[in-house]
Design a protein around this ligand. Structure first.
Ligand SMILES: [Zn+2]
Length: 248
């Protein structure tokens, strides 16, 4: 069967002297692995289309029973190279790709994740605070894969947590109000809590002006990191963020 779809390049690796394997997140067919024959030959001229993070239109031969599909055509529609000189944004861009690759299971289809990554990549060059955008992206990704914990009510007394700080247990992921919090919970302050609620509920486009101070950034970053660590097999702090840490 010949299929056509939009796809973001998550990663590529060499297959032979002239061919590569590309891992794509497609809009309608989920995450797929595709053999691209002959693209490393100079004459082919398409190798630039396979830069990670490019959003392309692809045509491929699909065989449901096989875990490797065959690429027929690729046409790059958008590329992140415009902000290539901004190391912070570039590292965050790569981190988002790594996270999606680790979080999405092959051939599981969810158009929402493709749309999220497409929106995030369009916004990232424009936002004031790329960390705020990245944490919003992480929050929405966790919601889509079903792992964002409920932070609406205290698990013990039922108190509404909107406008309150809270604690959360890092194995049951139950939230507690400040009165019912117990030792060892991850603590989220009032300001970080209200930002998290915004990140969870407001559309991605609304966060263009959102800025985080150092304290909120640390609290929210750690909270999201612990959730990914608990739920996503093979998750580690994205290596591109490690690079950024070294540079700063
Ligand atoms: Zn309570």
């Amino acid at each position: 069967m010949i299929l056509k779809d939009y796809a973001v390049v998550l990663k590529t690796f060499d297959y032979s002297e002239s061919s590569i394997i590309a891992v794509f997140l497609t809009r309608k067919h989920g995450k797929i692995r595709v053999l691209a024959k002959g693209v490393k030959r100079k004459k082919s001229g398409v190798s630039a289309s396979f830069m990670t993070g490019n959003i392309c239109e692809i045509v491929f031969y699909s065989n449901v029973g096989r875990d490797l599909q065959i690429l027929k055509e690729i046409d790059c529609r958008s590329s992140f190279s415009d902000v290539g000189k901004d190391l912070k944004r570039l590292s965050i861009f790569q981190a988002a790709l790594e996270l999606v690759d680790r979080s999405v299971i092959e051939q599981e289809t969810d158009e929402g994740i493709f749309n999220l990554i497409e929106t995030f990549f369009a916004l990232l060059p424009l936002v004031d605070d790329p960390w705020a955008a990245f944490f919003t992206f992480e929050t929405k990704l966790l919601k889509l894969i079903g792992f964002f914990p409920s932070i609406l009510k205290c698990d013990k007394c039922g108190k509404t947590l909107a406008g309150e700080g809270f604690g959360i247990n890092s194995s049951s992921w139950c939230a507690r109000c400040e009165k019912c919090v117990t030792e060892g919970m991850i603590l989220i302050s009032v300001s970080a809590s209200s930002i998290l609620i915004d990140m969870e509920n407001r559309p991605m486009n609304d966060i263009v002006d959102l800025r985080l101070d150092r304290k909120d950034r640390r609290e929210i970053g750690r909270f999201l990191h612990e959730i990914f660590r608990a739920h996503v097999e093979g998750y580690k702090l994205p290596s591109s963020l490690g690079l950024l840490k070294g540079v700063n």
